[in-house]
Design a protein around this ligand. Structure first.
Ligand code: 13P
Ligand code: SF4
Length: 307
């Protein structure tokens, strides 16, 4: 079957929009109407007029789209597309933590479940995290969850002392400092760029730190340079499309990783065939209970208004 052709047909027939994250497989990125970072994807989800949102990403992203669009059908190619970072913050553990600090404002990274968002005052993504935290008056204490690495980076950049949840992303913690050092000795002119979900020792080596969209924009500024790209390897597909001649080297991951780079197994469970099937059968569909949805919507809307 020609999945690309069938997906294009179903898109028209069902007035569907395909939103894909940069970490999706190349063939999925190529059939999407929009490929972007978490902020761009939620902005697109908030403004779409399509009847069905086909979310080629992970569960928390599709769930955010549903929270923003209760009357639209939101489908995800594979319900197993989870996120280690979202899983590292279970609501039953987060609730007492928040209740123990009633004077704190709760800022959560968008990589968390609707239940966590519902306990939050503000949501942020890696592209607006510094602005969101800077928008909070200095005398108000902040809880930041779930990513401790992004949290440490924000603290260092803003000078704010935040109470951090101890969560992390397995993909961004898989980078090997030893391998990166050897690689940089091999390519001393390469500029290291990294995603803020990476650990502090990796971020210290980077001359640019930003979201996936931020990293692509950064490379576009100086395409003649060589780059070591410190995030999930799926980003290289879009980067190569936008800066065709640029030398892009994926940041190396630890020995036990099967590939030389770092790949998100959750993002990669989505395939073109599953994308086609979920459009055809309109399942698996994402549902969010209405009371929970309303509570989770408030911090997302605040984020969108501040972005
Ligand atoms: P951004 O695309 O917002 O930078 O997020 C990266 C990520 O890990 C998404 O799961
Ligand atoms: Fe979650 Fe990390 Fe995969 Fe992003 S790359 S979806 S944060 S596990």
């Amino acid at each position: 079957m020609d999945y690309r052709k069938e997906i294009a047909r179903l898109k028209k027939e069902k007035n569907a929009v395909i939103l894909a994250h940069y970490y999706q497989r190349p063939e999925i990125q190529d059939v999407a109407d929009y490929v972007g970072d978490s902020l761009g994807l939620s902005q697109k989800a908030a403004e779409t007029e399509a009847d069905m949102i086909v979310f080629a990403g992970v569960h928390f992203m599709a769930e955010t789209a549903k929270i923003l669009n209760p009357d639209k059908k939101v489908v995800l190619p594979d319900l197993d597309a989870g996120c280690s970072l979202a899983d590292s913050c279970p609501p039953e553990a987060f609730e007492p933590f928040v209740n123990d600090h009633p004077e704190h404002i709760v800022v959560t990274y968008i990589n968390c479940s609707a239940a966590i968002k519902a306990m939050s005052d503000l949501v942020c993504t890696s592209s607006n995290a510094l602005d969101i935290v800077n928008s909070i008056p200095e005398d108000i204490p902040i809880i930041f969850a779930p990513d401790r690495n992004l949290g440490k980076y924000i603290m260092q950049q803003t000078g704010r002392d935040m109470l951090l949840w101890d969560g992390s992303c397995v993909v961004h913690e898989a980078f090997s400092m030893d391998k990166l050092t050897s690689l940089h000795m091999e390519y001393p002119k390469a500029e290291i760029i990294a995603h803020p979900e990476s650990e502090t020792h990796i971020l210290k080596t980077a001359s640019y730190i930003g979201s996936t969209a931020g990293m692509i924009n950064h490379v576009k500024q100086q395409p003649e340079k060589q780059y070591i790209v410190g995030t999930e390897a799926g980003i290289l597909h879009q980067m190569r499309k936008e800066v065709p001649g640029t030398d892009l080297i994926p940041m190396p991951a630890l020995e036990n990783n099967t590939c030389a780079c770092s790949e998100c197994a959750y993002m990669k469970v989505n395939t073109l065939e599953k994308l086609y099937r979920c459009m055809l059968e309109e399942t698996p569909e994402i549902e969010v209970e209405e009371n929970l949805r309303k509570k989770a919507l408030r911090p997302i809307e605040r984020m969108l208004a501040l972005s």
